[in-house]
Design a protein around this ligand. Structure first.
Ligand code: AMP
Length: 547
């Protein structure tokens, strides 16, 4: 029996129409260092029409890739809202990548147009001659005439381009399964891999982000999007704000704790999203420069494990609830979010809060061991997490139709490369990335758990634990520590090892400790353990050995 329901595509063109009319008063605010500039969703709608006309005039048609090389700001939001809505494919390039990776990604994706932030022109100019498919560069908030482009590439100024266009554009109904956007994985091993999102997958995922099971975004919210728009589409915040009418607050290039806090003081966001390292920096600044940030009703943290002590600092000292989530480029971002079940109280509640969280509806999950045998969801047994669902990628983008890394999939399920356990009520706790797992004498030591314990020591600001080769045990944990500035008693390796001995067996306690000024970070702000392992192997990491 068929239903009597009408069929309507989940299209980002419809979303643009909806957001810019029904939520015309919502705003996108961009921080300029000392003040803010504001545009309404209504104004965004008019500018989107001009932009679509401009892009069509430059020859952009269905499925053409339109890239961005930009900070989070209102113009970036305009490109986000417009490009998928006109049937082209949005591709936010990571502005922090090494030139080789950037060149590989832009050529692989066959980007045709690139929007470049004025402040990033000189960085972009260096790679532009090697981008073989780019025909147009549009400079936003900068001096287009300063950009030297190779023959065959036209350079435009964003505002001049928009001014010349009519303010109406007929955004057509689109096939919900067609490509809307793409992102590349950070590629810590091998070449970065492309994930192509559909209108349907982005729409469904953004709807989930707006629910209370995730961020609970509402028209009464102002959402501070610290997570870059090139990191899994800023975890869908641009689309989720268009769905919910939540206003957006964009930090542009002012991402250090001091300007972020000045912006918060002026604009009083109600919610925010960022990786843990951002919150570490904010907590350190707040310790010496107190400020009321309790206007934040809730903030979402993911992309890497959030140390429980940091979570408690925000909740207990600043009145800000930190919600932990897990996801990947391949899962459109959100796979799990850690809202405790009804009735959980005290330590039990914290146990849920510090886990990676409960699986979203539509994200199916299973664990498999090294032999491919399913592992029970008993809250104890460990295995590699596999997921599938309508916002999980089923393959990687391949211009030649040759499959890219087919081994990343197991009978239609995505192998996440994350190792953890799942409780019977669907909460995920990760212990490691498969490639970061430390196996000492055949036994696993969870680097995430151990890092969290080291970071629970009051003298420690950050700690990363990585496996190093060992003749006797094959592998042993090595700890890289950043000490907190002026935090009372400084700690040495022996003190920190003693601190760990409260929770860890003697054979698990690390012998090798290194004290560094900064943990190397990836282009999206996660601990870069590959870099640490390389520094160790090259003998560049001076460490203390406790035997
Ligand atoms: P990316 O695609 O760059 O966002 O990286 C995805 C990977 O980040 C996941 O496969 C995990 O290894 C890691 N990750 C994301 N969220 C968390 C989290 N809450 N805790 C631990 N690791 C995480």
């Amino acid at each position: 029996m068929l239903s009597t329901m009408q069929d309507g595509p989940l299209s980002l063109a419809n979303l643009l129409r909806y957001a810019t009319s029904v939520h015309a008063d919502a705003t996108v605010t961009t921080w300029t260092g000392r003040a803010a500039r504001r545009r309404t969703f209504g104004e965004l709608g008019a500018r989107a029409a001009r932009l679509a006309n401009a892009l069509r005039g430059l020859g952009v048609g269905p499925s053409d890739r339109v890239a961005t090389f930009m900070w989070n700001n209102s113009e970036h939001m305009e490109v986000y809202a417009t490009v998928p809505a006109m049937g082209a494919v949005l591709h936010a390039l990571n502005i922090r990548l090494f030139p080789e990776q950037l060149v590989f990604i832009a050529n692989h994706a066959e980007d045709r147009v690139v929007f470049v932030d004025g402040s990033l022109v000189s960085t972009f100019e260096d790679v532009l001659p090697r981008l073989h498919t780019v025909r147009h560069v549009i400079v936003v908030n900068g001096d287009a005439s300063a950009l030297r482009a190779p023959r065959g590439v036209e350079v435009h100024d964003y505002e001049t381009l928009l001014e010349a266009q009519p303010g109406v554009y007929d955004f057509l109904v689109l096939d919900e399964r067609s490509a809307a956007a793409m992102c590349y994985t950070s590629g810590t091993t091998g070449d970065p891999k492309g994930v192509v999102y559909s209108h349907r997958s982005l729409y469904l995922h953004a709807m989930h982000v707006t629910t209370p099971a995730a961020m609970g975004l509402a028209a009464s919210d102002t959402c501070l999007a610290i997570v870059p728009m090139f990191h899994v589409n800023a975890w869908s915040l641009p689309f989720a704000s268009m769905l919910s009418g939540a206003s957006l607050l964009m930090p542009d290039r002012f991402l250090q704790p001091e300007p972020l806090l000045a912006m918060m003081e002026a604009e009083r966001p109600t919610t925010a999203a960022a990786v843990p390292t951002i919150w570490t920096g904010l907590a350190a600044r707040l310790a010496t420069h107190p400020q009321d940030i309790s206007h934040l009703r809730e903030v979402v943290v993911g992309g890497a494990a959030m140390p429980p002590t940091l979570m408690k600092t925000f909740e207990e000292q600043h009145g800000v609830k930190v919600v932990h989530g897990w996801g990947m480029t391949e899962t459109s971002s959100v796979g799990t979010v850690a809202h405790p079940p009804a009735g959980a109280a005290g330590e039990d509640r914290w146990r849920y809060r510090v886990s990676q969280g409960r699986f979203a509806p539509l994200v199916e999950f299973r664990l498999k061991d090294d032999n491919g045998t399913p592992v029970p969801h008993d809250g104890a047994s460990l295995g590699e997490l596999q997921v599938r669902g309508p916002w999980v990628t089923g393959s990687y983008y391949s211009p030649s139709d040759e499959p890219v890394e087919a081994g990343a999939f197991d009978d239609g399920w995505l192998r996440t490369g994350d190792v953890g356990r799942i409780s019977p009520d669907g909460f995920l706790t990760l212990v490691d990335r498969a490639k970061d797992v430390i196996k000492s004498g055949g036994e696993w030591i969870s680097s995430i758990d151990m890092e969290n314990d080291v970071m629970a020591h009051p003298a420690v600001a950050e700690a990363a634990i990585f496996g190093v080769p060992d003749e006797r045990w094959d592998e042993r944990p090595c700890v890289a520590v950043v000490l907190r500035n002026g935090a009372g008693e400084p700690a040495d390796a022996a003190t920190l090892r003693e601190h760990l001995a409260e929770n860890w067996a003697k054979w698990q306690l690390p012998e090798r400790w290194t004290f560094v000024a900064e943990i190397p970070k990836t282009s999206v702000g996660k601990f870069d353990k590959k870099a640490l392992r390389r520094q160790y192997a090259d003998g560049r990491l001076a460490f203390i050995r406790l035997d």
